[in-house]
Design a protein around this ligand. Structure first.
Ligand code: SF4
Length: 471
């Protein structure tokens, strides 16, 4: 039986419930009366159930789909404005004991060079990332109890936070490591991590077990219940995601929303972010052998419906996607992207693009400055802000801020100030000019006059080289 409050994966991700939802949506996908009812509920900006969301996703009526896209844009505008949060992945080690068939780090891959960064090498990578302008990282490692124990991850986090190079600093370290124990999650919390990220890959248990034939990750329940343990360990912000292409997208879309419903029901707060990666080629991985790959049109619609279904959850798209695909999903829901990424171990400090240890091929190979320039010219505000995390506005406290609509008076000025820092310290002349124009325009959109005045004052100070603000 589907029970979102149950701590057991078999109950909160219930296969029968998913299959009934798929059948229901199939039967009602073009039922105008129902679709209009769902849209009316969605227009309240309070989200949708997994069943309602799938009916919208499956709908093929052109006029209804136009309304779906319009509503997704409206919700994005209301909760996130034009801000796009920037981050970069940092690969620490590609040693892994698992057998995931879609990932080149799997244990049986004997062609990929194995590498683990020393603390000195991490220092060099972080300085390279700071010199690009990054403030927020997502740490990545394979699962290997001997090569990548929790102590190594904790030491690496400490190293990263300690590096202050010129005006640079990494202010938020998100961590994407294998499912672990409550005790280890507590240690990560104490180390000051931002979001704990773990992709489910697929919610379909049978496929999951076939795709993860060996290693600790084979255990579906251990993996699926990881976010529960992370929250029990005190981590407020968790980031979910499936790897689209492993199972049918409809199944995983429903599973993803059921997982979000479960976290909300059990802990009072849903996922902080949802990532939407699609399968990509890599070392010994041929993406075309995965028959469930989804088209760009389906991908765009999926992001739009996700935006409507979970309005308070950030949506992340990485450099797996091309510039063109990213542009489409930014418009309808994505609120956080990576830029200038290297998906190999030590990739930021190698002279030439050296991807022999890469986890996947990067589609968007532009530099961070090129990505920032592009975002500015599309009218977005690239944001390097981490203030919520630093001020303790995480978990339900962050959600309250989002739900109250006060984000325009809080995130908007912070985004502008961190963008100004970037423009002063790292931008090319063309990016700086584009950024100054966006900041001047967006400043006038801060609703509260007092906040607007303070922001204007801070912007002038940043231009004058004063860096005593904490974002
Ligand atoms: S997906 Fe993660 S766990 Fe699986 S082989 Fe790759 S690095 Fe290891």
């Amino acid at each position: 039986m589907y029970d979102p409050k149950s701590p057991h994966a078999s109950e909160f991700i219930n296969d029968n419930e998913i299959r009934e939802t798929l059948a229901f949506a199939d039967a009602h996908k073009n039922d105008r009366v129902l679709l209009e009812e769902i849209l009316a509920k969605a227009a309240l900006h309070k989200g949708l159930s997994h069943q309602e969301a799938l009916v919208l996703l499956d709908c093929s009526l052109e006029d209804i789909n136009q309304k779906v896209f319009a509503l997704a844009k409206e919700i994005k505008k209301r909760f996130y404005g034009n801000r796009i949060v920037m981050f970069a992945p940092l690969y620490l080690s590609n040693y892994c004991v698992n057998g995931c068939v879609y990932c080149p780090y799997h244990l049986k891959n004997k062609t990929i060079p194995r590498k683990k960064l020393s603390q000195e090498e991490i220092r060099a990578e972080v300085i390279a990332l700071q010199d690009m302008g990054h403030k927020r990282l997502a740490l990545e490692t394979g699962e290997h109890p001997v090569m990548n124990p929790i102590e190594y991850v904790l030491e690496s986090i400490k190293t990263i936070y300690s590096i202050k190079h010129k005006n640079g600093a990494i202010r938020r370290v998100n961590v994407n490591i294998a499912a672990t124990t409550v005790e280890n999650y507590r240690k990560l919390k104490d180390a000051g991590i931002g979001t704990y990220i773990l992709f489910q890959e697929t919610y379909n248990k049978e496929n999951y077990e076939a795709l993860h034939p060996t290693g600790p990750k084979h255990d579906y329940a251990w993996h699926t219940e990881a976010m529960d343990r992370a929250m029990e360990g005190g981590i407020d912000d968790v980031g979910c995601g499936v790897l689209y292409g492993l199972t049918t997208y409809r199944y995983d879309f429903v599973g993803q929303l059921m997982h979000a419903e479960h976290l909300e029901a059990r802990f009072g707060v849903g996922p902080h972010t949802i990532s939407v990666p699609r399968i990509r080629p890599a070392d010994d991985i041929d993406a075309s052998s995965f028959s469930n790959a989804i088209s760009d049109d389906t991908f765009e619609k999926l992001v739009a419906v996700l935006r409507i279904a979970v309005p308070y959850t950030g949506i992340i798209v990485s450099t797996r996607e091309s510039q063109k695909a990213r542009e489409r999903v930014l418009a309808v829901g994505v609120s956080q992207i990576s830029g200038g990424s290297r998906t190999s171990v030590g990739g930021y400090t190698t002279e030439e693009r050296c991807d022999d240890t890469a986890q996947f091929d990067v589609s968007d190979q532009r530099s961070l400055d090129e990505v920032i320039n592009w975002l500015l010219k599309l009218g977005y505000i690239p944001s390097f802000c981490t203030a919520c995390y630093r001020e303790g506005r995480t978990g339900d406290r962050f959600m309250s801020l989002l739900k109250s609509g006060q984000i325009a008076n809080c995130c908007q000025p912070n985004a502008l100030m961190t963008l100004q820092e970037y423009l002063e310290d790292y931008a090319t002349a063309d990016t700086k000019e584009a950024g100054e124009r966006v900041i001047a325009g967006e400043l006038t959109h801060i609703p509260n006059e007092k906040v607007r005045e303070i922001a204007a004052d801070h912007l002038e100070k940043i231009k004058a080289g004063i860096r005593d603000f904490r974002f």
